[in-house]
Design a protein around this ligand. Structure first.
Ligand code: DON
Length: 306
Protein backbone atom coordinates (compact mmCIF):
# COMPACT_ATOMS: atom_id res chain seq x y z
CA UNK A 1 0.00 0.00 0.00
CA UNK A 2 1.33 3.44 -0.96
CA UNK A 3 1.34 5.63 2.09
CA UNK A 4 3.24 8.74 3.13
CA UNK A 5 3.28 7.69 6.81
CA UNK A 6 6.53 5.62 6.79
CA UNK A 7 8.31 8.55 5.09
CA UNK A 8 6.97 10.86 7.76
CA UNK A 9 8.10 8.45 10.52
CA UNK A 10 11.57 8.21 8.96
CA UNK A 11 11.74 12.02 8.96
CA UNK A 12 10.80 12.12 12.63
CA UNK A 13 13.55 9.61 13.43
CA UNK A 14 16.10 11.55 11.39
CA UNK A 15 15.24 14.73 13.30
CA UNK A 16 15.57 12.95 16.67
CA UNK A 17 18.74 10.96 15.83
CA UNK A 18 20.94 14.03 16.23
CA UNK A 19 20.36 14.06 19.98
CA UNK A 20 22.98 11.80 21.57
CA UNK A 21 22.40 13.10 25.09
CA UNK A 22 21.52 10.90 28.06
CA UNK A 23 23.08 7.61 29.08
CA UNK A 24 22.14 3.94 28.87
CA UNK A 25 21.00 2.39 32.16
CA UNK A 26 24.00 0.85 33.89
CA UNK A 27 22.50 -0.30 37.20
CA UNK A 28 21.53 -3.42 35.24
CA UNK A 29 24.94 -4.46 33.77
CA UNK A 30 23.42 -6.17 30.71
CA UNK A 31 21.67 -2.94 29.69
CA UNK A 32 25.00 -1.09 29.64
CA UNK A 33 26.11 -3.36 26.77
CA UNK A 34 23.44 -2.37 24.23
CA UNK A 35 24.09 -0.40 21.04
CA UNK A 36 23.03 3.10 22.11
CA UNK A 37 22.36 4.42 18.59
CA UNK A 38 19.36 2.15 18.02
CA UNK A 39 16.21 4.10 17.21
CA UNK A 40 12.81 2.91 16.07
CA UNK A 41 9.17 3.95 16.02
CA UNK A 42 5.95 2.06 15.27
CA UNK A 43 2.34 3.25 15.11
CA UNK A 44 -0.45 0.63 15.30
CA UNK A 45 -4.01 1.77 14.75
CA UNK A 46 -6.97 0.13 16.48
CA UNK A 47 -8.14 -1.21 13.12
CA UNK A 48 -4.88 -3.05 12.56
CA UNK A 49 -2.72 -0.82 10.34
CA UNK A 50 0.94 -0.86 11.40
CA UNK A 51 3.42 1.82 10.28
CA UNK A 52 7.08 1.56 11.19
CA UNK A 53 10.50 3.10 10.71
CA UNK A 54 14.01 2.47 12.00
CA UNK A 55 15.04 -0.39 14.29
CA UNK A 56 11.52 -1.60 14.93
CA UNK A 57 12.37 -5.33 14.95
CA UNK A 58 15.35 -5.07 17.32
CA UNK A 59 14.78 -6.99 20.57
CA UNK A 60 15.14 -5.49 24.05
CA UNK A 61 13.75 -6.17 27.52
CA UNK A 62 10.35 -4.71 28.33
CA UNK A 63 11.33 -3.50 31.84
CA UNK A 64 8.78 -1.09 33.35
CA UNK A 65 6.58 -1.15 30.26
CA UNK A 66 5.44 -4.53 31.61
CA UNK A 67 3.82 -2.73 34.57
CA UNK A 68 0.62 -1.41 32.93
CA UNK A 69 0.00 -4.79 31.29
CA UNK A 70 0.53 -6.82 34.45
CA UNK A 71 -1.68 -4.29 36.27
CA UNK A 72 -4.29 -5.09 33.61
CA UNK A 73 -3.96 -8.83 34.27
CA UNK A 74 -4.34 -8.32 38.04
CA UNK A 75 -7.39 -6.07 37.55
CA UNK A 76 -8.96 -8.59 35.20
CA UNK A 77 -8.42 -11.48 37.62
CA UNK A 78 -9.08 -9.77 40.97
CA UNK A 79 -11.40 -6.87 40.20
CA UNK A 80 -10.85 -3.15 40.78
CA UNK A 81 -11.58 -3.00 44.51
CA UNK A 82 -9.26 -5.85 45.45
CA UNK A 83 -6.38 -4.27 43.54
CA UNK A 84 -7.08 -0.74 44.83
CA UNK A 85 -7.07 -2.16 48.32
CA UNK A 86 -3.38 -3.02 47.86
CA UNK A 87 -2.08 -0.31 45.51
CA UNK A 88 -3.35 3.26 45.15
CA UNK A 89 -3.55 5.30 41.91
CA UNK A 90 -1.90 8.56 42.99
CA UNK A 91 1.18 10.03 41.27
CA UNK A 92 4.20 9.78 43.55
CA UNK A 93 6.22 12.72 42.19
CA UNK A 94 9.27 10.57 42.94
CA UNK A 95 11.61 8.35 40.97
CA UNK A 96 10.45 4.87 39.93
CA UNK A 97 12.62 3.14 42.50
CA UNK A 98 11.59 5.11 45.59
CA UNK A 99 9.46 3.34 48.17
CA UNK A 100 6.61 5.92 47.84
CA UNK A 101 4.07 4.45 50.26
CA UNK A 102 0.87 6.35 51.06
CA UNK A 103 0.84 7.87 54.54
CA UNK A 104 -1.79 6.12 56.59
CA UNK A 105 -2.70 3.05 54.55
CA UNK A 106 0.92 2.25 53.68
CA UNK A 107 -0.09 1.13 50.18
CA UNK A 108 2.36 1.83 47.34
CA UNK A 109 1.14 5.04 45.72
CA UNK A 110 0.60 3.57 42.26
CA UNK A 111 1.24 0.45 40.14
CA UNK A 112 3.75 2.14 37.78
CA UNK A 113 6.52 2.58 40.38
CA UNK A 114 8.54 -0.46 41.40
CA UNK A 115 6.89 -0.77 44.85
CA UNK A 116 3.40 -0.88 43.37
CA UNK A 117 4.42 -3.12 40.49
CA UNK A 118 6.02 -5.65 42.84
CA UNK A 119 2.74 -5.93 44.79
CA UNK A 120 0.65 -6.07 41.60
CA UNK A 121 2.89 -8.83 40.23
CA UNK A 122 1.93 -11.04 43.19
CA UNK A 123 -1.77 -10.46 42.50
CA UNK A 124 -1.67 -12.36 39.20
CA UNK A 125 -2.51 -16.06 39.31
CA UNK A 126 -2.71 -18.34 42.32
CA UNK A 127 -1.08 -17.13 45.53
CA UNK A 128 2.04 -18.97 46.62
CA UNK A 129 3.11 -20.37 43.26
CA UNK A 130 5.70 -17.95 41.81
CA UNK A 131 6.60 -20.23 38.91
CA UNK A 132 3.01 -20.64 37.73
CA UNK A 133 2.58 -16.88 38.14
CA UNK A 134 5.61 -16.15 35.93
CA UNK A 135 4.07 -18.34 33.25
CA UNK A 136 0.72 -16.56 33.54
CA UNK A 137 2.44 -13.19 33.31
CA UNK A 138 4.36 -14.29 30.22
CA UNK A 139 1.17 -15.68 28.64
CA UNK A 140 -0.66 -12.43 29.40
CA UNK A 141 2.08 -10.22 27.96
CA UNK A 142 2.15 -12.51 24.89
CA UNK A 143 -1.61 -12.11 24.43
CA UNK A 144 -1.20 -8.32 24.53
CA UNK A 145 1.57 -8.59 21.91
CA UNK A 146 -0.30 -11.13 19.77
CA UNK A 147 2.67 -13.52 19.60
CA UNK A 148 4.57 -15.76 22.04
CA UNK A 149 7.19 -13.78 23.94
CA UNK A 150 10.16 -15.15 25.88
CA UNK A 151 12.41 -14.15 28.78
CA UNK A 152 15.90 -12.75 28.09
CA UNK A 153 17.79 -15.01 30.52
CA UNK A 154 21.03 -12.99 30.37
CA UNK A 155 19.21 -9.77 31.28
CA UNK A 156 17.32 -11.59 34.03
CA UNK A 157 20.52 -12.99 35.54
CA UNK A 158 22.22 -9.62 35.25
CA UNK A 159 19.46 -7.64 36.98
CA UNK A 160 19.06 -10.32 39.66
CA UNK A 161 22.67 -9.74 40.73
CA UNK A 162 22.19 -6.01 41.24
CA UNK A 163 18.52 -5.66 42.30
CA UNK A 164 19.48 -4.26 45.70
CA UNK A 165 16.89 -1.50 45.73
CA UNK A 166 14.10 -3.89 44.72
CA UNK A 167 15.13 -6.33 47.47
CA UNK A 168 14.95 -3.43 49.94
CA UNK A 169 11.54 -2.36 48.62
CA UNK A 170 10.23 -5.94 48.72
CA UNK A 171 11.41 -6.37 52.31
CA UNK A 172 9.59 -3.19 53.32
CA UNK A 173 6.47 -4.48 51.55
CA UNK A 174 6.82 -7.85 53.30
CA UNK A 175 7.15 -6.15 56.69
CA UNK A 176 3.64 -4.71 56.33
CA UNK A 177 2.16 -7.80 54.62
CA UNK A 178 1.67 -6.04 51.27
CA UNK A 179 3.36 -9.16 49.94
CA UNK A 180 3.23 -12.44 51.84
CA UNK A 181 5.80 -14.54 49.98
CA UNK A 182 9.55 -14.53 50.47
CA UNK A 183 10.78 -11.09 49.25
CA UNK A 184 13.69 -12.60 47.29
CA UNK A 185 11.35 -14.95 45.42
CA UNK A 186 8.99 -12.09 44.64
CA UNK A 187 11.81 -9.89 43.30
CA UNK A 188 13.06 -12.80 41.20
CA UNK A 189 9.62 -13.27 39.65
CA UNK A 190 9.10 -9.52 39.14
CA UNK A 191 12.55 -9.33 37.52
CA UNK A 192 11.55 -12.11 35.09
CA UNK A 193 8.50 -10.00 34.21
CA UNK A 194 10.82 -7.06 33.45
CA UNK A 195 13.14 -9.31 31.39
CA UNK A 196 10.56 -10.32 28.79
CA UNK A 197 11.99 -9.61 25.36
CA UNK A 198 9.99 -7.46 22.95
CA UNK A 199 10.41 -5.37 19.82
CA UNK A 200 9.12 -1.85 19.21
CA UNK A 201 6.50 -3.42 16.97
CA UNK A 202 5.33 -5.67 19.84
CA UNK A 203 5.04 -2.67 22.13
CA UNK A 204 3.00 -0.68 19.62
CA UNK A 205 0.54 -3.57 19.27
CA UNK A 206 0.39 -4.01 23.05
CA UNK A 207 -0.41 -0.31 23.42
CA UNK A 208 -2.93 -0.53 20.58
CA UNK A 209 -4.67 -3.38 22.43
CA UNK A 210 -5.20 -1.02 25.38
CA UNK A 211 -6.29 1.77 23.02
CA UNK A 212 -8.73 -0.67 21.43
CA UNK A 213 -10.47 -1.35 24.74
CA UNK A 214 -8.63 -4.61 25.44
CA UNK A 215 -8.98 -6.32 22.04
CA UNK A 216 -5.81 -7.02 20.01
CA UNK A 217 -6.17 -5.22 16.66
CA UNK A 218 -4.73 -8.10 14.61
CA UNK A 219 -5.51 -11.32 16.50
CA UNK A 220 -8.90 -9.84 17.53
CA UNK A 221 -8.51 -11.68 20.84
CA UNK A 222 -10.12 -9.94 23.83
CA UNK A 223 -7.21 -9.85 26.29
CA UNK A 224 -8.91 -7.79 29.03
CA UNK A 225 -12.29 -6.13 29.45
CA UNK A 226 -12.89 -2.53 28.41
CA UNK A 227 -13.06 -1.15 31.98
CA UNK A 228 -9.63 -2.68 32.63
CA UNK A 229 -8.10 -0.95 29.61
CA UNK A 230 -9.66 2.35 30.71
CA UNK A 231 -8.31 1.97 34.25
CA UNK A 232 -4.81 1.13 32.97
CA UNK A 233 -4.70 4.07 30.53
CA UNK A 234 -5.94 6.41 33.27
CA UNK A 235 -3.10 5.39 35.57
CA UNK A 236 -0.60 5.62 32.70
CA UNK A 237 -1.80 9.20 32.13
CA UNK A 238 -1.21 10.25 35.74
CA UNK A 239 1.69 8.01 36.82
CA UNK A 240 3.29 6.36 33.78
CA UNK A 241 6.11 8.88 33.43
CA UNK A 242 6.95 8.96 37.17
CA UNK A 243 8.31 12.32 38.32
CA UNK A 244 7.83 13.86 34.86
CA UNK A 245 4.17 12.77 34.59
CA UNK A 246 2.80 16.32 34.88
CA UNK A 247 5.18 17.74 32.29
CA UNK A 248 4.41 14.80 30.00
CA UNK A 249 0.63 14.97 30.14
CA UNK A 250 0.58 18.74 29.72
CA UNK A 251 2.99 18.82 26.78
CA UNK A 252 2.53 15.47 24.98
CA UNK A 253 -0.97 14.78 26.21
CA UNK A 254 -1.60 11.03 26.03
CA UNK A 255 -1.23 8.09 28.44
CA UNK A 256 2.30 6.67 28.32
CA UNK A 257 4.80 4.37 29.98
CA UNK A 258 8.57 4.27 29.75
CA UNK A 259 11.15 1.60 30.60
CA UNK A 260 14.87 1.71 31.42
CA UNK A 261 15.88 -0.32 28.38
CA UNK A 262 14.78 2.65 26.25
CA UNK A 263 11.28 1.73 25.20
CA UNK A 264 8.30 4.06 25.55
CA UNK A 265 4.64 3.50 24.70
CA UNK A 266 1.66 5.77 24.23
CA UNK A 267 -1.97 4.66 24.07
CA UNK A 268 -4.62 6.92 22.52
CA UNK A 269 -8.05 5.53 23.43
CA UNK A 270 -10.02 4.52 20.34
CA UNK A 271 -7.19 5.56 18.02
CA UNK A 272 -3.75 4.03 18.19
CA UNK A 273 -0.80 2.60 20.04
CA UNK A 274 2.60 4.26 19.71
CA UNK A 275 5.98 2.78 20.60
CA UNK A 276 9.47 4.21 20.28
CA UNK A 277 12.84 2.77 21.27
CA UNK A 278 16.27 4.26 21.80
CA UNK A 279 18.46 3.24 24.74
CA UNK A 280 19.90 6.49 26.12
CA UNK A 281 17.86 7.75 29.08
CA UNK A 282 17.02 11.08 30.68
CA UNK A 283 17.29 11.59 34.46
CA UNK A 284 13.73 10.21 34.94
CA UNK A 285 14.72 6.86 33.37
CA UNK A 286 12.93 7.51 30.06
CA UNK A 287 14.42 7.34 26.56
CA UNK A 288 15.67 10.79 25.50
CA UNK A 289 14.95 10.21 21.83
CA UNK A 290 11.80 8.18 22.55
CA UNK A 291 10.33 11.13 24.46
CA UNK A 292 11.30 13.47 21.63
CA UNK A 293 9.72 11.17 19.02
CA UNK A 294 6.47 11.23 21.02
CA UNK A 295 6.62 15.02 21.40
CA UNK A 296 6.97 15.42 17.65
CA UNK A 297 4.22 12.93 16.82
CA UNK A 298 1.90 14.65 19.28
CA UNK A 299 2.59 18.11 17.85
CA UNK A 300 2.54 17.10 14.15
CA UNK A 301 -0.48 14.81 14.30
CA UNK A 302 -2.49 16.74 16.92
CA UNK A 303 -2.48 13.82 19.35
CA UNK A 304 -2.74 15.86 22.58
CA UNK A 305 -6.02 14.67 24.06
CA UNK A 306 -6.92 17.88 25.89
O1 DON B 1 12.86 -2.87 38.54
C1 DON B 1 13.63 -2.20 37.88
O2 DON B 1 14.35 -1.33 38.36
C2 DON B 1 13.70 -2.45 36.38
N1 DON B 1 13.53 -3.85 36.12
C3 DON B 1 12.64 -1.68 35.65
C4 DON B 1 12.68 -0.20 35.91
C5 DON B 1 12.18 0.64 34.79
O3 DON B 1 12.10 0.24 33.65
C6 DON B 1 11.89 2.06 35.13
N2 DON B 1 11.44 2.81 33.99
N3 DON B 1 11.80 3.73 33.40
Amino acid sequence: METPIPDYLAEVLAACAADASGAVADYIPELAQVEPEQLGVVLATVDGAVYEAGDCDAGFTIQSISKPFVYALALQQRGLDAVLDQVDVEPSGEAFNELSLEKGSGRPLNPMINAGAIVVHTMVGDAGDPQARCEQVLAGLSAFAGRPLGVDEAAYASESETAFRNYAIANMLRSRDSIVEDPEDVVAAYTRQCSVRVTTRDLALMAATLANGGVHPLSEERVVEEWVARQVMSVMATCGMYDSAGDWISTVGFPAKSGVSGGIIGALPGQLGIAAFSPRLDPHGSSVRGVEVCRRLSADMGLHMM
